[in-house]
Design a binder for this molecule. Structure first.
Ligand SMILES: [Zn+2]
Length: 419
């Protein structure tokens, strides 16, 4: 991590074309929408099937405002996605858990905060299940579990008069594309994968007794390349060796290549202690959504960034890669997160930043320093890329954590049955 957070020049405010899926009533956090430029009009049309379209009239009627923000009752959310109606909540208000997400020192530096909000659950987790789909939310927490994977939300789930409410922004920009990625329209095919090994040259990234992040990131990218080429993709690396590449040049490479996606590879490190561990993955914070590691929403959340043109696609790419990672490599699930790192906000193609574990954690640092472990990570990221490419080409939902674990069990039992 570290230096990928440091930005180039601050982006100028562009015209305020808001990306609002058709059929979505304006969320309070979004400014008044001006007429969209032609390019965006096409995109918005392409996403017309997204977000409550079929249920919009009913869902809109149920919108309620709390603290100037619009929310949907969880039972309306359940109906939208075909979940059974959630059981009524008792007035259980005792805190059941607290979470303090860890943020790397340099990531924090860009956004001027070294801590993030301490989140306290106010009621028990509510689980909704419908065949292959599972959604869990906990009033008081800005996170959900979607198909077994942690997903950070823009705003905490609220508990009002014994009913749970989810912010409308979370429903349209996060739950909808995560729960029904196959309904995302207009995804460009994937022909080229731009791999971006973080750091390089004088920028060593995280430093540990196991080695430098820049070297691990490059090695994972070099292992990924043949896997992706074998699967039929063209692969471009932003750096092939231990050289420094300025942050702004990295996404610019993908921006010049049509039908490309951008995968930035990093290893994590924590300035607050050696215990932080696990995978996490970032895509651009959708317009109106604060970066996950920010303590509170700010005006910057409303700035229009080049990366917003692909915000839904980037989230889908992140989901596909993250399920594959957790499904194929046993690590702690820190979640699907949102950020405005320079490489994400400047990339106009679907873009993600993968954090492949903590070199500052003795166990994970030791694993990451081993070639076979990095090969496993590379194979999992390749599977996630494939899942996204199939989604884009054929509108087939990428495999979930459950799918990957079932496949692992099948191959293990097949292997143990072989004499
Ligand atoms: Zn890094």
């Amino acid at each position: 991590m570290d230096a990928h957070a440091t930005a180039g020049p601050r982006l100028a405010r562009r015209s305020s074309a808001a990306f609002v899926p058709a059929g979505t009533p304006p969320a309070s956090i979004l400014p008044v929408v001006k007429p969209l430029p032609a390019k965006l009009r096409r995109l918005v049309r392409a996403f017309a099937c997204l977000a409550l379209a079929a249920h919009a009239p009913a869902a809109e009627r149920k919108l309620q405002r709390f603290d100037g923000r619009e929310y949907l009752p969880l039972d309306a959310v359940a109906a939208t996605f075909g979940f059974p109606k959630p059981a009524p909540l008792g007035r259980t208000s005792a805190a059941t858990s607290t979470l303090t997400p860890v943020i790397g020192a340099a990531h924090a530096a860009e956004f001027g905060s070294t801590t993030v909000a301490r989140l306290t659950a106010t009621a028990a987790t509510i689980a909704l299940e419908n065949g292959p789909l599972r959604l869990e939310v906990t009033p008081g927490l800005s996170e959900a579990s979607i198909n077994g994977v942690r997903q950070w939300l823009a705003f905490p789930v609220r508990l009002e008069d014994g009913r749970a409410f989810v912010s409308q922004l979370d429903v349209t920009k996060i739950l909808e594309p995560r729960l029904r990625p196959e309904r995302i329209a207009g995804l460009a095919p994937v022909r080229t994968v731009v791999l971006d090994p973080g750091h390089g040259g004088h920028d060593r990234g995280a430093i540990s007794r196991f080695g430098f992040e820049k070297d691990f990131a490059l090695d994972i990218a070099l292992r990924l390349r043949p896997l992706l080429e074998k699967a039929g993709y063209k692969v471009v690396l932003t750096r092939m060796d231990d050289t420094f590449v300025p942050l702004e040049e990295r996404p610019a490479i993908a921006n010049r290549i049509p039908d490309s996606i951008f995968v930035s590879i990093h290893c994590n490190s924590s300035s607050t202690g050696a215990e932080a561990r696990g995978f996490e993955i970032f895509s651009i914070a959708p317009r109106g959504v604060a970066p996950t590691n920010d303590a509170s929403p700010s005006d910057r959340d409303l700035l229009d960034q080049p990366g917003h043109i692909a915000e839904i696609a980037s989230g889908a790419l992140a989901g596909s890669i993250y399920h594959a990672l957790l499904g194929q490599v046993p690590m702690v699930d820190r979640g699907l997160k949102h950020a405005r790192f320079a490489v994400l906000r400047r990339c106009e193609r679907p873009a993600v930043l993968v954090e492949c574990g903590f070199v500052s954690n003795p166990t994970e640092g030791s694993l990451i320093s081993a070639g076979p472990w990095r090969e496993r990570i590379a194979a999992a990221v390749a599977a996630g890329v494939q899942g996204y490419a199939t989604l884009a080409a054929e509108k087939i939902r990428p495999p979930t954590l459950t799918d990957y674990r079932a496949a692992t069990r099948r191959s293990e039992s097949a292997a143990s049955a072989t004499p």
